[in-house]
Design a binder for this molecule. Structure first.
Ligand SMILES: C[S@@+](CC[C@H](N)C(=O)[O-])C[C@H]1O[C@@H](n2cnc3c(N)ncnc32)[C@H](O)[C@@H]1O
Length: 239
């Protein structure tokens, strides 16, 4: 049974549309562009001085976030990437996916992860876990950055609830960061209620999302208190 349709995005890179969730894995503005500006550029910018950067990639999908992080690894720094993904058939199919030409340099890594769900060399370690993200995150610790890239709350609500974000907060380092495309009020509200500071992206090359942190950073602030004078602070909850 067909589970996906191939979609070409505006930067000429390919993504898929999931027929189960009825959503694309990336925004139409560009799979590669979105991955870099929404997630990876923030990792490079904020953690370039750390010897080892620990990334939680929610969820693996086509692996763009993981692969673009590897391609943009800050010089001489180690990356450790943890990524849950329910869809084993998708991971197994990735060795044949039409990735951007930039990914040619890491073809061996893509093939290894697609086959074994694991890769390790002197600088990079990637663990893809074929399990529910909500269970997986409970066993992690000391995460620097979470790429929060599930499908939308409409179809993938379990990965946007306040309970889920509380578990994420528990595994973040003090200077930990969450990056996401979502600007939905219930998502921002959950983060706000949990004590996160809310920022947005610097780049005008993409639709801006949300960057949530526990410490102050030099990014454009979201004036959420102002918004809360007008709207109720509603969150998604586990039902
Ligand atoms: C928007 S896609 C991720 C896109 C991905 N970051 C990429 O670069 O291609 C969302 C992914 O989350 C997976 N997923 C949805 N709910 C999940 C859950 N509870 N636990 C683990 N994976 C889940 C889906 O199978 C899908 O592959």
């Amino acid at each position: 049974m067909t589970k996906w349709e191939e979609v070409k995005t505006k930067d000429n890179t390919y993504t898929l549309k999931s027929l189960k969730y009825n959503e694309c894995y990336h925004s139409s503005e560009g799979a590669l562009k979105e991955t870099y500006y929404k997630h990876v550029s923030v990792m490079e910018d904020l953690f370039k001085n750390k010897d080892e950067i620990r990334i939680l990639d929610i969820c693996f999908g086509l692996g763009y976030n993981t692969f673009v992080s590897i391609l943009n690894r800050p010089k001489n720094k180690k990356l450790k990437i943890f990524s849950p993904e329910l869809d084993l058939e998708l991971i197994k199919s990735l060795k044949d996916f039409k990735y951007p030409k930039e990914f040619e340099n890491i073809k061996n890594i893509i093939k290894k992860i697609s086959k074994d769900l694991y890769y390790k060399d002197d600088y990079i370690e990637v663990e893809v876990a074929n399990m529910d993200a909500r269970e997986y995150i409970k066993n992690l610790k000391n995460i620097d950055i979470v790429y929060q890239d599930a499908f939308s709350p409409k179809v993938n609500k379990e990965l946007w609830t306040i309970e889920y974000f509380r578990d994420i907060k528990n595994i973040l380092n003090e200077d930990g960061v969450i990056t996401t495309y979502s600007v939905a009020t219930p998502v921002r509200c959950a983060l706000y209620k949990l004590g996160f500071r809310l920022y947005t992206h610097k780049s005008d090359l993409i639709r801006k999302g949300t960057i949530a942190t526990l410490k102050e950073i030099d990014y454009p602030k979201v004036n959420f208190e102002e918004k809360l004078k007008r709207v109720k602070c509603r969150v998604f909850k586990d039902s």
